[in-house]
Design a protein around this ligand. Sequence first.
Ligand SMILES: [Zn+2]
Length: 453
Amino acid sequence: MSEKGIPEAPSLRDAMRAHRKPFHFMRKGLLLVALGLFATAGALAVVEPLEKPAVYTEQSVLPLPSIDVLSETVSSDPFISETVIRRGDTLAALLQRLHVQESGLQTFLIQEPAARSIYKLYPGRLIRAALDHEGRLVSLRYDHTPGTRDEGRFVSRWLEVTPDGEGGFQAEEREQVADTQIRIAEGEIVNSLFGATDAAGIPDHITLQMAEILSSKIDFMRDLRQGDRFRVVYETYASEGRDVGAGRVLALEFQNKNKTYDAVWFAPESGSGAYYDFDGRSLQGAFLRNALKFTRISSTFGGRRHPVHGGWRQHAGVDYAAPSGTPIHATADGVIKFAGWQNGYGNTIIIEHHNNITTLYAHQKGFAKGIKKGVKIRQGDHIGYVGSTGWSTGPHLHYEFRVNNKPVDPLSVDLPVARTLSPAERKQFDTVLAQYRDHIQLLNGDAPLLASN
Ligand SMILES: [Zn+2]
């Protein structure tokens, strides 16, 4: 396939060529094995976390509590049955399917406050029972919360019911913190970002973070090009050997139209975490590139040009085709200057920002609750819904960026960033960054990777 005339930076192009050589693949494999690392298919590799930087401390892993009740009983040959909760299931029906005939158990479950999580039977979740030879209950386990993100950890919670030794039962809520693994993946855009991340085995949760992290730099609905490349380091969570969820993007390199953007998650000892570029500049831009959130659905709309307008010049704005009702978000902090009907623009919001900048959002189906003139708005606030009011033939957002009331192409403006790191923070930052670079270096052998300063 031709490269569609999109030139790549030489280092990345060479890196990809090198990467395709079988010899290189072999050597990569050997390198990973030699280092006791574990590589999965394609461009995805799981590595043991290197020595964890300070930012990771909240992700400590507790000793495995789980299942031990079930596995301990293996020696005495219990009968273990499990069933998936169906819509409309009752406790009685579940106990029957599990072959639990224990008299008094159902009453206990209904009356015992400590077992109240079983009141809510979520369809799709698991209930397991272990019974001994006489059919007496050894344990009952309800996985009501298989995994949730909680303060940067990934926690599974379940209810466990066991005999109390006196003819009755006892109930206890238990939890387990999943193991954190660090993964590295890379990809190349062919049709869409999701197409590339799917091919690289990257979870959607990570893909959306990637778009979010660089949302002040790249308009992911319009700027992506075939041949764009990325590398990402991220966390996943595993519990009892199974993947249970994805965590946070730790580092990211994204080459878009010949320009390489990078990002690293950094939490200084004295502050909260945020993303910075590799030079330590905050990626929290004063303006987002785009008022629509990048999603799986919107990503397929992005390449389409709305038929109403031609290029940017004719009508002084950028059009984003999107399904009617898609939420519209303010691209920066400001104050609502206008919210109402404008001829041609239909339902329109104008927000006033610093430095004589205003943004305009047209053709809306309707406004979000509480949106009216004079209301203060924060970046990312939901202000309205995509529609087709005014002179419009299909649902789309018409977005304008004005400086001194003169429309400017928002995609061409280089917007300033907020915060830089202090010298002390910068030292910590460099340590963190060096570790991510090492990770990615392992994946790609001698190919130059994260651009070195
Ligand atoms: Zn337009």
